[in-house]
Design a protein around this ligand. Structure first.
Ligand code: 8YV
Length: 321
């Protein structure tokens, strides 16, 4: 029996590629010297496209695949997929919710602690042999402080639960108020930023959240406030953030996500009030294995004409991260 074709946008790990190759004939766009040529050759017969959160699927790619029926995303964030185009063509989309929630929330807390307690800088101080020879500045307390969460979806809630363990006073901003949580809702994001010590971005990225963290929000956060982003770079107005960090109009930022990954703005590397991560919130062995299993499960279900395991609800208007 011939294996169905599968177009992979960006190569997955060797193990995941190997597992997929057991069932599909793989065509990998990121490996192709001439991607237009690969699309000319295999595009007309591709029914399934496998991608990840960062690469997604552009309208141009979707248009180059006339037989496309499903886009399988290794990631919960589907903002890099042209959902309008997929919807218009009746193409189904799957994603990997739930399995990565705990890891992303853990990373949010880890970044919060690393930034406030200056763990990377102190690590470098020890390695340089400065301990006992040079003074080192005191840091900022995390426990008991006020935390503002932007986006109270799965990740936001998991982060809130963890922060409660640090005796933090948790407040949130979301498009809607939730009755099932004990945290105070701030309808206005600027008001939230004004009231907290730390602002953590956990929202899903879409047109409505583009550059949501802007100059007004950062002004409200103020020179003692700190920003953490474990969601998407697009939610923060990055040039404005860089200015605020340079001018110390906010105290610092810890970022796992950026506008232009992986070639991020080099200005970040010259700042001493940032902690930087290479988009790694879901990058644990356990979670990545669970994500890959969902990718395989959704593909298997599609080709067997069975119900999909984790279909992204394209009809719903508000996405929940
Ligand atoms: C992954 C992500 O980094 O889930 C998401 O939306 O961005 C991440 O979990 C990514 O999709 C893996 O390449």
């Amino acid at each position: 029996m011939t294996r169905p074709d599968l177009l992979v946008v960006t190569r997955y790990s060797d193990d995941d590629m190997h597992a997929l190759a057991q069932h599909y004939t793989l065509h990998v766009l990121s490996d192709a010297a001439d991607s237009a040529r690969l699309l000319d050759e295999v595009g007309p017969r591709i029914r399934a496209l496998a991608t990840n959160g960062e690469s997604g699927a552009s309208a141009a790619l979707i248009d180059a695949l006339p037989a496309l029926e499903i886009i399988v995303c290794y990631g919960v964030g589907v903002d890099a997929i042209d959902l309008e185009r997929a919807k218009a063509r009746g193409i189904r989309v799957t994603y990997t919710p739930d399995v990565l929630t705990g890891d992303v929330a853990d990373m949010g807390i880890a970044l919060l602690l690393a930034l406030a307690r200056q763990i990377p800088a102190a690590d470098a101080y020890v390695r340089r042999g400065d301990w006992g020879r040079k003074p080192i500045a005191l840091t900022r307390r995390v426990f008991g402080q006020r935390l503002g969460i932007v986006g109270l979806g799965r990740v936001g809630r998991a982060l809130a639960r963890r922060a409660t363990g640090f005796d933090m006073q948790v407040m949130y901003h979301d498009r809607m108020h939730f009755d099932d949580v004990p945290y105070a809702w701030c309808e206005n994001l600027v008001d939230l930023a004004r009231q907290v010590d730390f602002l953590v971005v956990c929202a899903a990225a879409d047109q409505g959240t583009r550059a949501l963290i802007d100059a007004r929000v950062l002004d409200a956060l103020g020179p003692d406030g700190m920003l953490v982003n474990v969601a998407r770079g697009s939610i923060v107005d990055e040039p404005v953030l860089l200015d605020y960090l340079r001018e110390r109009r906010i105290a610092g930022a810890a970022l796992d996500v950026f506008w232009n990954e992986p070639a991020i703005d080099p200005a970040f590397a010259s700042l001493d009030n940032v902690v930087l991560q290479p988009h790694r919130s879901s990058a644990t062995l356990q979670t990545r294995a669970a994500m890959a299993e969902l990718v395989r499960g959704n593909l298997a279900a599609f080709f067997a004409d069975a119900p999909l395991v984790s279909e992204y609800p394209l009809v719903r208007e508000i996405a929940v991260a």
